[in-house]
Write a new protein. Structure first.
Length: 194
């Protein structure tokens, strides 16, 4: 086996363990999601066993990462920018913009059964606009406790105490536009209805 391939596969175990711990998932739960036995998962994480492609594909899917990210593949000469998701308070946050300043766009995903269940209201400088793509998003804004359904939006000054999470145990996907300096999205006036 090529030495570089051996090193790459040898580094997968710690990466697998770190992803599982980051997502606070047990070996048993990961086994249920992938169909790979608990003992095999344990040996993969410890490095006692090298992963096969048949194991890597369901593991990448279960962890919500690309196969390249899972194995730490070297960057290709692809000039496109590939923004990487991060896990933040149980949510997966995918940046959709990559410029400094101005309004930033994010796609946010709260997995089924994931995210913080008890509101922990936060305040900070800025202005935010949320748009729900799928699921039901519980949004606490000051004294208002709302549930937003797909197609619904909310906008607010982030100096108002706020929190958002899944309204129930189902996954939620939503978009966020955030202006850290209080910038607001510019909306065009609606056409007059006949």
């Amino acid at each position: 086996m090529d030495e570089e391939i051996g090193r790459t596969l040898g580094a997968v175990g710690p990466r697998l363990r770190a992803l599982r711990k980051q997502r606070e998932t047990t070996l048993a739960a990961l086994s249920g999601a992938t169909g790979i036995s608990v003992s095999t998962l344990s040996r993969l994480e410890s490095g006692d066993r090298r992963p096969t492609l048949e194991q890597l594909l369901p593991l990448a899917r279960a962890h919500g990462v690309t196969l390249d990210d899972l194995v730490g593949a070297p960057q290709t000469g692809d000039p496109r920018i590939h923004l990487r998701p991060v896990n933040h308070h149980g949510m997966t946050v995918l940046p959709l913009t990559r410029r400094a300043g101005g309004i930033q766009a994010f796609k946010m995903v709260i997995p089924a059964g994931g995210g913080r269940r008890v509101p922990d209201l936060q305040t900070h400088e800025g202005y935010e606009w949320l748009y729900v793509l799928d699921g039901r998003l519980r949004t606490v804004l000051g004294e208002h406790d709302l549930v937003l359904a797909p197609g619904e939006a909310a906008e607010f000054d982030t100096r108002v105490p706020h929190w958002f999470g899944a309204a129930d145990g189902d996954a939620v996907e939503f978009l966020s536009l955030f202006g850290s300096q209080g910038e607001r999205a510019h909306l065009r006036a609606r056409p007059k209805s006949d």
